[in-house]
Design a protein around this ligand. Structure first.
Ligand code: NAP
Length: 299
């Protein structure tokens, strides 16, 4: 299959590309800069110069391919609403290019905030008030009615290896800066997690087999308490562990504070059974105890 991929130069995309190539796919990757183009060319893929903010470039990539994997996102959270709007325009461009073709469109999104207070499953629908990104995800699923094999890959908020771990990396950065490894209140809120290489494996399976309108959970661990995350970071960094009271959360955790307030657990039974997916790589706490975690750019 000739696969158009955005975000191929990012954390997850860098794990997906080698698997796509190993499966015999031809990969066409979006690059917005000379540096990303050079990195992608070195990885052995064909490069399409363009930008998320240029929907025509996305439409051209989709039209020239047999399927699309959309991973690109601007993770500067100070521009979150604008980035979500850009993502919506990207999905519109894919819709125009792919309508009536039956080709796959796999969109990355997240499980955080779905079904608060209980364990989210793949059958839980979108809550449009939960995130500005939800509208894009709804639009992507609606493309199933227009002849696109569109599917959502809802990722754990901590996609990890020994260098990056999503929101847990941001906690690591705050811990380094403040000299204490903090958790909010009792630290009993949970975040799900998944290893980046297990995630990449699921991307390739979903591209191949996910039916139109499918929702998959890229979740290996249902939920790890934030206290356990902070303990692992305290051990790794050799700094004290400390509970941060709610009235100090905004000053200590800054933009991450609302994410810490979300108690989120997610199940993967349907995804494992349907796609024969079995996560095999290390756990979040293992990677935090043994790695050197840096927050992603823009965080
Ligand atoms: N990592 C996690 O823990 C996690 C958790 C839940 C959900 N997700 C979702 O999974 C997807 C991939 O995440 P990631 O961690 O791999 O992201 P990442 O490492 O931050 O990479 C972002 C990618 O998007 C590209 N990009 C950003 N702005 C762009 C623009 N204007 N035009 C073209 N490309 C642009 C970047 O290109 P450059 O290399 O040129 O900058 C890069 O390839 C995202 O939708 C993310 O929200 C990730």
């Amino acid at each position: 299959m000739r696969v158009f991929i955005t975000g191929a130069s990012g954390f997850i995309g860098s794990a997906v590309v080698p698997l796509l190539l190993a499966e015999g796919h031809h990969v066409l990757a979006l690059a917005r800069s000379d540096a990303s183009a050079a990195k992608l060319a070195a990885a052995g893929v064909e490069v399409l110069r363009g930008d998320l903010a240029d929907p025509a470039s996305l439409g051209a990539g989709a039209a020239a391919s047999d399927g699309v994997v959309h991973l690109a996102f601007n993770h500067d959270f100070s521009q979150f609403a604008d980035s979500a709007q850009t993502e919506y325009a990207a999905v519109e461009a894919y819709g125009e290019a792919l309508a009536g073709t039956g080709k796959p469109l796999l969109m990355a999104s997240g499980v955080l905030g779905i079904a608060p207070g209980r364990i989210a499953t793949e059958q839980d629908g979108l809550d449009l008030s939960a995130s500005p990104r939800s509208r894009s995800m709804q639009l992507a699923l609606e493309l199933a009615d227009r002849g696109v094999r569109s599917a959502l890959l809802r990722l754990a908020p901590c996609v990890h290896d020994r260098t990056r771990a999503g929101f847990a990396s941001v906690l690591a950065q705050i811990a380094r800066e403040t000299g204490v490894s903090g958790y909010l209140g009792e630290g009993t809120a949970h975040w799900p997690a998944v290893h980046v290489r297990d995630t990449a494996d699921l991307v390739v399976r979903a591209l191949d087999r996910a039916p139109a309108g499918a929702v998959l959970h890229a979740v290996a661990e249902q939920g790890i308490t934030q206290r356990a995350v902070a303990e692992a970071l305290a051990d790794r960094l050799g700094i004290p562990l400390r509970s941060i009271p709610a009235d100090q959360a905004a000053s200590h955790f800054r933009w991450l504070a609302p994410m810490l307030a979300l108690d989120s657990r997610a199940d993967n039974t349907l995804t494992r059974e349907t796609y024969g997916w079995e996560p095999v790589h290390p756990t979040l706490l293992d990677d935090l105890r043994e790695g050197e975690h840096a927050a992603p750019g823009g965080h």
